[in-house]
Write a protein that binds this ligand. Structure first.
Ligand code: AQP
Length: 344
């Protein structure tokens, strides 16, 4: 049994317009966790600058991520919403973790390989060290659970490796400082539901992403009803009717993606979707999906716009959240500095 209090941490990069993958894979799942856990939801701006961000766009995107958290139903009074750069302890712990993590561990990260592509000599050092900062984000608050999309699974495994190595490397010092047991928890990824990897609407081999070049491949959280319906109507599919069993979706990437999106939006299982639409073609299924998507996304988009019209209020919420997060982060860092042997 873990001796750590149940606590959730997750974050989203303000690196572009939020999309359906961010919503279904992360934000939508943040909300129910508030009932059972103390939750900390961060706008991870330090992560965003691992690739170039125009400063004005970064500010705008930071507001957008905070507005999405609020519009989806995160409560900033009972829980915490803040932007990462306001709590400098994230960067401090990340540096220590850079000295704990091994080069070989980082070199195995598939997201780095995907993002760097053929350009690996020319990307920022920050992009390479990204998982170390992510481990710091989570462990600074000793978070036990981390709701993320499928693409973050490997980074979560690395976070556990870093926590374990820190606990082992510094075991004697942890005990000398009367901090019994493991200092950092082995945080659990929470990757659940039918849409943990929402795919591009134009190419079922790629995930939906902020940095996707084609506008038609991505449903944005702030898209209007017409755009959502048009994108779903034009989404790549296949000529076969939908199967009546989930097993029949095997090898049909685009069909499985659209069924998964429907299930996640309707809060039902993929099988329940197929119970309704099995044997029907995309001519029937796509309009039903478009209607559902508009029904679920439009109220959130409206609420986001309402928050975005009040940037001062968003910044006040972020600042108050950062003030509360900093107290917890400094508590951890005071102990970490002692454990490592820093004089302060
Ligand atoms: N397509 C997706 N399906 C399900 N979940 C997804 N997430 C991202 N894309 C999908 C989840 O959203 C959270 C925030 O991700 P992020 O913005 O911090 O980074 P990312 O995963 O790199 O997202 P993008 O959209 O692909 O951004 P860019 O293009 O800027 O790199 C995470 O929990 C992630 O799993």
């Amino acid at each position: 049994m873990s001796s750590f209090a149940p606590r959730v941490f997750s974050g989203i990069k303000p690196s572009g317009d939020l999309h359906l993958g961010n919503y279904l894979g992360a934000i939508k799942r943040f909300v129910p966790l508030q009932e059972t856990h103390a939750c900390i939801y961060c706008v991870v701006d330090l992560h965003a600058i691992t690739v170039w961000q125009d400063p004005q766009d970064l500010e705008k995107a930071t507001h957008e991520v905070a507005a999405a958290y609020l519009a989806a139903g995160v409560d900033p009074e009972k829980h915490i919403i803040f932007n990462q750069s306001q709590v400098h302890q994230h960067a401090e712990l990340a540096w220590i973790f850079n000295c704990v993590a091994r080069m070989g561990w980082m070199q195995r990260m598939t997201q780095f390989k995907d993002k760097a592509g053929k350009n690996s000599q020319n990307v920022s050092l920050g992009l390479f060290a990204y998982p170390s900062l992510m481990a710091a984000d989570i462990l600074l608050y000793k978070a036990t659970h981390v709701p993320v999309g499928e693409d973050q699974k490997q980074h979560l495994e690395l976070t556990r490796d870093i926590a374990q190595k820190f606990n082992n490397d510094f075991a004697a010092s942890i005990s000398r400082n009367h901090l019994d047991g493991d200092f950092f928890p082995l945080s659990e990824p929470v990757i659940t539901g039918p849409a943990t990897r929402v795919l591009s609407l134009r190419d079922g081999t790629r995930k939906m992403s902020k940095s996707e070049a084609s506008d038609m491949a991505t449903i944005y959280m702030l898209d209007d009803a017409d755009s959502i319906a048009r994108k779903i109507r034009k989404a790549k599919s296949d000529p076969e009717p939908l199967p009546s069993e989930v097993a029949g979706l095997k090898g049909r990437l685009e069909a499985a993606n659209l069924v998964g999106i429907y299930a996640a939006l309707a809060d039902i299982s993929q099988q329940e979707v197929l119970d309704q639409f099995g044997g029907k073609g995309f001519g029937t299924f796509k309009p039903a999906l478009a209607e559902l998507a508009v029904d679920r996304l439009a109220p959130i988009a409206m609420e986001m716009r309402r928050y975005l019209a009040e940037p001062d209020m968003i910044e006040k919420i972020l600042k108050e959240g950062a003030d509360r997060a900093r107290v917890m982060a400094e508590d951890t860092m005071k102990q970490v500095r002692k454990i490592v042997g820093f004089i302060s």
